[in-house]
Structures are given as C-alpha cells and as structure tokens.
Design a protein around this ligand. Structure first.
Ligand SMILES: NC(=O)c1ccc[n+]([C@@H]2O[C@H](COP(=O)([O-])OP(=O)(O)OC[C@H]3O[C@@H](n4cnc5c(N)ncnc54)[C@H](O)[C@@H]3O)[C@@H](O)[C@H]2O)c1
Length: 250
C-alpha cells in the first residue's frame, strides 16, 4: 500500500527534471497525479510513462503565470477527481544575470513564473483543500531563497519570496488542516543545470560549496517532496527544507 493511496496531487513543471521525478514518485506511492507544464508534449510523455507503469495520471498544458490557466487546471481536476489533496508548485525558471544588468522584462518574467505561479496555485487550490478538510502544499524554492547567492538578483528575490509566501500561507491556513512547506534544492542535476554540471570549472565550484562531495539528483528532491506530501510529516508546517548536500550548513 502506497503512502499516498487515494490522494490527488497536482505537480507543476512535471515535464522535466525535478517535477518529472516528483510526479513519478507520488504516483508510485499511490497518488493520482495531475501533471502540468507549459511544454505539453513533454508532460504528456511523463503522464504516459506513469500510466504505462500502472499509475493514474493526466497531463494538462499550463502556463503557471496565467491565472486563467490555473482556474482551468483546478476546475478540470475537480471535475475529474473531485478533490485536490496535494499541490507541488515546482515549475520555475532560472536567470543568471547580475542585478545591474537585469531588465524590467527579465525581472517581471522571473517574478511571474517563479512567484505569481505559487500565489495563484495556492489561491485557487486552497478553497478546495478547505472544503476537503486539509491538504499539503509544497513550494519549490532554492538555496537561493535562503542565502544571497551571487549574480542572480531577480532569481534570488523570487525564491526568497516563495519561502515567505509559504510561511504566510502555513500560518493562515493551519486552522484548516492545510500544511504548507518550502523545499530548497541546492545543485541538482536536471536539464536546468546540464550545461553548468558539464562545465568542469562550474562543477568544481559546486563541489567546493557542498559538504557531500557530489551534486544532487532530482530523485533525491522528490523524496523530500513525498515526505512533505504524506502523513509522515503530519505535524510539520511552515518549514524550509534544504535538499542541498550541506551547502547551507556551511
Ligand atoms: N536544478 C537545480 O539545481 C535547482 C536548484 C534549486 C531550485 N530549483 C528549482 O526547482 C524547480 C524545478 O527545476 P528543474 O531543475 O527541474 O528545471 P527544469 O528546467 O528541468 O524543469 C522546469 C519545468 O518547468 C516548466 N516551466 C517553465 N516555465 C513554465 C511556465 N511558465 N508554466 C509551466 N511550466 C513551466 C518547464 O517546461 C520544465 O518542464 C524550479 O522551480 C527551479 O527554480 C532547481
């Protein structure tokens, strides 16, 4: 019996990297998974992989920065499965640009995709969790949401906002038995970081930052998401959970 049997989970950005691994793991643990991504072809492939392996999954094209599209995803999920127990706000983009070189368009894009997405997801899912007497929300931030990394002011600000938005929601909706936590990945090997991990100098820098002598895998972040989604973490809300090989321990 899976730890998420009977639960319905939405995972955004599930077409690639961590979102893909999170969706696959939650499905393996018995959840019905609603996978969404702006890349419809990619997310359809992941949903197909889950159903081929005996899981229950559906994929939706979804731009997480659009309120209209959030409303549609939530409506379609409720129509099909009647409930939403778990929301993983995972979709995001990176922007390695110095503060002084960041344009207003870049700033707005990062804030819309990384922060407004989390706000909109919670705004439209929490009412259903309230009527369902609870739920678990996991927002994917970054170690950049915990420490002021260099050369990525807008990205760092966006991930800091995700951290505090999660705490604000945890405080307000705890009375409704809704738990909200943020996960803070460090250097994780995904399509977002392929080029950096392949660059020897960049990899050496990553490894100079971690305590464990390696970069992390998307499946290791997925395990943290599973823990926070499941009843194993039933008294945990408002925390920030680094999955970073010890970067922030230094
Ligand atoms: N890889 C890392 O080292 C790392 C570290 C810290 C935090 N993160 C965060 O983890 C999350 C997942 O990152 P990843 O490394 O798996 O990246 P990834 O690029 O492999 O996957 C991101 C997914 O989000 C989707 N996406 C992008 N814009 C979207 C939009 N507007 N609407 C819907 N979907 C959209 C992409 O199509 C893609 O499938 C992101 O929020 C990222 O900021 C990653």
């Amino acid at each position: 019996m899976g730890t998420l049997n009977g639960k319905v989970a939405i995972v955004t950005g599930a077409g690639s990297g961590m979102g893909r691994e999170e969706a696959i793991l939650l499905a393996k643990e018995g959840a019905t998974v609603v996978l969404t991504d702006i890349n419809e072809a990619a997310v359809q492939v992941v949903a197909q992989e889950i159903t081929t392996n005996g899981g229950e999954a559906i994929a939706f094209a979804h731009n997480v920065a659009s309120e209209e599209e959030w409303i549609k995803v939530v409506e379609d999920t409720i129509k099909k499965y009647s409930t939403i127990d778990v929301l993983v706000n995972n979709a995001g983009i990176s922007l390695a640009v110095n503060l002084l070189d960041t344009t207003m368009d870049q700033w707005n894009k990062v804030m819309n995709i990384n922060v407004a997405s989390v706000f909109l997801g919670m705004k439209h899912v929490i009412p259903h969790m309230k009527s369902n007497n609870g739920g678990s929300i996991i927002n994917i931030s970054s170690i950049a949401g915990l420490t002021g990394g260099s050369g990525a002011g807008a990205y760092t600000a966006s991930k800091g906002a995700v951290r505090m938005l999660s705490k604000a929601a945890a405080v307000d909706y705890g009375k409704d038995h809704i738990r909200v936590n943020s996960v803070h990945p460090g250097f994780i090997e995904t399509p977002m970081t392929t080029d950096m991990v392949a660059d020897d100098r960049m990899l050496a820098w990553f490894l100079s930052q971690t305590a464990l002598p390696r970069v992390g895998q998307a499946s290791e972040v997925a395990q943290a998401v599973l823990f926070l989604a499941s009843d194993a973490s039933s008294y945990i809300t408002g925390i920030e959970l680094p999955v970073d090989g010890g970067v922030t321990a230094k």
